[in-house]
Design a protein around this ligand. Structure first.
Ligand code: FAD
Length: 571
């Protein structure tokens, strides 16, 4: 069987690679996994390994030289053994047939992972580090929702909004900035550049860990087989264990007029070409509120429609009040206890959003309506009923145990598709737990200490128990709350709004949870997370020396309040 060794991946956006070294000569024997060529692209070393064992029939490159993506570098007469068997053969390529039906190949591995988001690709790297032969299947771009349509693109836009805001406030800092404008096209280009860089970084990591990436829509055929179809190829993957990591997709709102073209979801809004003058955000949860602040900071008139009696209703009352106050300051109109009745297109191409708030009908006008009414697990390629795969109680997502194992022992599920906590760091952690269990380590997923970061302006971050939850559990608690207004560094930054709150158990002083609203809250929460996870006490935090002047001193002061009194604040 003749097997072509091709350049299948390049990292960091490179289009070609330099040939640094050729390790074998024509006629020599080669083993599967042995390095054939050392290549280099954008200063990154790329060792290209043989995918099979056999005898080298021809080598098509030399030193010095360059090769491009897709080039055939060598042809090997395979002996049928290898890491991945049954590869595309050079000798029997069916030109006419390939136009009608895709070429077929079969791979065997220890772990096949369906979905390359922060759950799937992290699980792949972890499993490879533990010695597994891994195949990762992705129908779109690696990095999933988080990298391509979620966490990273939104935070790139948050940063543009922040910079724009700083420029508008430049006078306050003694700087003059005139004619400050927002160029949405450049904002989007910058965001795309960051996303591309990170996607290329993941390709590089997969390559370095010898993880085989198969592009195309995967279907779970049975508990050890995934079939992947792309335009040119059909791949059958046989695996000892399978991890489902297919993620989630935006949920829809079944309302009349929901199909009109002014209405976009959280993915489409990342490709907007023009800044809307008026924007309505349906849903005042985390994603909705992040976009509300981004577009309000860009200068749009933003309204938020929220079904509950508060936006970000899962947070403690004082945090909700503070963020609502900041939203109003920025001109964001919030309609709580309200639901959308209908969308209608107006004569001048705008969207009329008909809402009912506390039995009263109201009408809002918008150029764009952003739907952020939650996300649902993505079951593309998984016929749960046919496979006998159990779903969780709400029938939204795949049921798993603490080891991330489904009811089918060699099939695991991780990330948003499990419908647990839909956050990127949860998906990644679940991925590592699944990989470790498959590789013989015994570990469990613990959801009690999961930090959440909300990129509103100011930022919000929470971890552990909220005051509401602790009180509901009947735990006797104490709360130490310190304002950023009393922190020197925050004032130099011009960020004196917000506070930090530490919740501790009254009898033991153990830190049970914390919440921060204010500058860099999403970075500062790591410290309280460490305290909750390791059952540290407020005395231990109070005894720490904090660098001055830093915003982290707010955590020290909040702990000092619980130990008898803050130094820089009196209630
Ligand atoms: P995904 O990231 O959804 O990845 C699943 C992958 O599987 C996708 O690439 C998909 O193409 C692929 N796939 C699905 N079916 C198949 C198939 N049959 N064959 C092949 N491939 C398939 N989380 C945070 O922690 N912090 C944030 O700041 C944050 N911001 C967000 C902002 C927005 C706008 C959104 C939408 C989400 C945000 N999230 C955030 C949530 C976060 O993106 C998700 O929790 C995370 O991406 C889930 O990871 P996952 O691996 O489970 O799934």
């Amino acid at each position: 069987m003749l097997i072509e060794i091709k350049l299948k991946e390049l990292t960091n956006g490179a289009k070609e690679a330099k040939v640094i070294r050729v390790h074998k000569k024509t006629g020599e024997e080669v083993a599967a996994g042995e390095i054939l060529f050392d290549l280099e692209a954008n200063k990154a070393a790329i060792p290209l390994k043989s995918e099979c064992s056999g005898r080298i029939c021809s080598i098509a490159v030399e030193v010095p030289g360059t090769v491009s993506f897709g080039d055939v570098l060598a042809v090997i007469e395979g002996d049928g053994t290898g890491q991945n068997t049954g590869q595309k053969t050079a000798g029997n390529f069916d030109y006419f047939g390939s136009l009608l039906k895709p070429q077929e190949q079969q791979l065997t591995c220890d772990i096949a992972i369906l979905g390359g988001g922060p759950g799937g690709y992290v699980a792949a790297i972890q499993a490879a580090q533990l010695g597994a032969r891994v195949v990762l299947v992705e129908k779109d771009a690696v990095g999933g929702t988080c990298l391509n349509r979620g966490c990273i693109p939104t935070k790139a836009m948050v940063r543009s909004a922040e910079v724009f805001n700083h420029l508008k406030k430049a006078e306050e800092f003694g700087c003059h900035a005139e004619n400050v404008n927002i160029d949405l096209k450049k904002v989007i280009e910058r965001k795309d550049g960051i996303v591309n860089q990170l996607v290329q970084g993941i390709h590089y990591l997969l390559n370095k860990h010898n993880i085989r990436l198969v592009s195309g829509l995967g279907e779970l055929v049975d508990q050890e087989t995934i079939s992947v179809k792309s335009r040119m190829e059909k791949t059958i993957i046989k695996a000892k264990s399978i991890i489902i990591a297919t993620g989630s997709q935006p949920a829809e709102l079944p309302v009349d007029g929901a199909e009109i073209d002014n209405i976009v979801d959280s993915e489409q809004i990342l490709r907007l070409k023009h800044l809307p003058e008026r924007m309505v955000v349906v849903g005042g949860g985390v994603i909705g509120m992040e976009f509300a602040f981004i577009f309000a900071n860009f200068g749009a008139q933003v309204s938020v429609i929220e079904y509950c009696n508060d936006c970000l209703a899962m947070l403690d009352q004082d945090i909700c009040e503070e963020i609502t106050r900041k939203a109003k300051e920025k001109g964001i109109k919030i309609y709580t206890d309200a639901k959308v009745n209908e969308f209608v297109k107006s004569e001048n191409d705008q969207c009329i959003v008909s809402i009912i708030q506390k039995d009263k009908s109201k009408y809002l006008l918008a150029d764009k309506v952003l739907m952020c009414v939650g996300r649902k697990p993505s079951m593309d390629g998984i016929d749960a009923e046919k496979l006998g795969l159990e779903l969780n109680e709400s029938q939204r997502g795949i049921k798993v145990n603490a080891q991330m194992q489904t009811n089918i022992p060699n099939v695991y599920a991780i990330g948003d598709v499990t419908g647990k906590i839909m956050l990127a760091h949860v998906a990644s952690h679940q991925g590592m737990v699944a990989a470790k269990n498959i590789m013989g380590q015994d570990c469990e997923m613990d959801y009690t200490v999961v930090p959440s970061a909300i990129f509103t302006d100011p930022e919000i971050a929470v971890v552990g128990l909220t005051k509401k939850e602790a009180e509901k559990m009947g735990t006797k608690i104490e709360v130490g709350k310190f304002p950023f207004a009393a922190n020197g560094k925050a004032l130099t930054l011009g960020e004196g709004q917000g506070f930090v709150k530490i919740i501790s158990e009254k009898t033991t002083g153990k830190v049970l949870g914390g919440a921060i609203i204010g500058s860099h809250a999403t970075d500062l929460i790591a410290e309280i997370t460490t305290a909750v996870k390791n059952k540290l006490t407020t005395t231990q935090i109070a005894e720490n020396i904090y660098a001055h002047p830093t915003t982290s001193e707010v955590i020290h002061e909040a702990a000092l309040i619980l130990e008898g009194g803050a130094i820089h604040f009196v209630e």
